[in-house]
Design a protein around this ligand. Structure first.
Ligand code: DAH
Length: 344
């Protein structure tokens, strides 16, 4: 094996450049002959090891320049062939429409929220939004929850340590206060959003869930308007002929207050279990906005009246699809989520 020298490298490069690379097979043969495991470069590297110490530096540089030139020649030949192939056409029709790309499915909470909002949209309600990190005023005080009042215990609250006035909103009723402060009546709005309560996670409770709040304020709004609006809503969501009832209840921000139930039926064992033997299912809280709440947000209760309501989206989705465990909404198990493809 003779020692490597510049003249030989020059000759090898000239030979390489003269080799046939005019088609894909020839190019592949070139690649194997030069860059392959038994190829020229491998051979040259071995011979480089035998170069005497004092020549190593200079020869190393020459060998590197050779490798780069060889690679550049190969890359250029390859690019030339690809361009030629493209020009001739590879036989594939690039104008053909692609196959359908599966994009997954909407989350059931999103499906129900959209359905509820579209029912209220048809009745002239627009959508309003508010922050999830709130202050005491918008979640409690502005809604007529006095500071030490036990009604605050109904909603186990996450407070934010850095600032005792800040908390995670426990209901979307906070957005009512923001909108009443910001705008003049008439107001006809629905307010969807995420809410937070310090609850242990179980099949029926979760520390995060979703609500939709409604608010209607104008001159001469009455309890009859509330009942009719909610009846239309229930019929659109659960089917015409759906029966509702309003049971007296208590919320600090409404007077009178009610709980709305829909008649679910008592035909099957499941009906009996989920309605606790009554046939009725609770869907939401509602009532006439307390005059003190209007006044606190700068609306004159002598001129305006209004009603409000609030419902949990998970609860309605559970009824709609007979989902037995609330945790399913938050686990994002693809086998659960994929079942809603048809609905979305
Ligand atoms: N904010 C109440 C809750 O989370 C639900 C509610 C009840 C909202 C009555 C209302 C209402 O607007 O009028 O339990």
């Amino acid at each position: 094996m003779s020692t490597l020298n510049q003249a030989e490298l020059d000759r090898l490069l000239a030979e390489a450049k003269a080799a046939d690379v005019s088609n894909a097979d020839a190019l592949e043969a070139f690649r194997i002959a030069h860059f392959g495991r038994q190829g020229l470069l491998k051979d040259l590297n071995e011979r480089f090891r035998a170069v005497p110490g004092q020549e190593k530096r200079e020869m190393g540089q020459a060998l590197n320049a050779f490798k780069q030139a060889l690679q550049a020649h190969f890359d250029e030949a390859k690019a030339g062939l690809t361009a030629e192939e493209d020009a001739q056409g590879s036989g594939a029709d690039h104008t053909r429409p692609s196959g359908e790309v599966p994009l997954g499915s909407h989350h059931p909470i999103r499906i129900v929220r959209r359905e509820i909002l579209s029912i209220f949209d048809r009745m002239g309600f627009t959508v309003a939004d508010g922050p999830e990190i709130e202050d005491d005023w918008h979640v409690f005080s502005g809604l007529n929850f006095p500071e030490e009042h036990p009604a605050r215990d109904m909603q186990d609250t996450f407070f934010i340590q850095r600032d005792p006035d800040l908390l995670l909103r426990t209901h979307t009723s906070s957005v009512q206060v923001r909108e009443m402060e910001k705008r003049e009546p008439p107001l006809r709005i629905v307010m969807p959003g995420r809410v937070f309560r310090n609850e242990a996670i179980s099949a029926r409770a979760h520390c995060i869930f979703h609500q939709i709040e409604g608010l209607y304020i104008d001159r001469d709004v009455s309890f009859a308007d509330l009942k009719q609006t909610l009846l239309v809503f229930a019929e659109q969501l659960f089917g015409s002929g759906t029966k509702i009832r309003l049971r007296p209840s208590y919320f600090p921000f409404t007077e009178p207050s009610a709980e709305m139930d829909v008649y679910w039926g008592l035909e099957t064992e499941v009906d009996k279990r989920i309605t606790k033997g009554t046939g009725w299912l609770e869907i939401m809280g509602c009532g006439m906005v307390d005059p003190a709440v209007l006044e606190a947000s700068g609306i004159d209760p002598n001129e305006f009246t209004g009603f409000a309501f609030g419902m949990g989206i998970e609860r309605i989705a559970m009824l709609k699809w007979q989902i037995g465990d609330l945790r399913a909404f938050f686990e994002n198990d693809i086998r659960f989520l994929e079942q809603f493809t048809a609905a979305s």
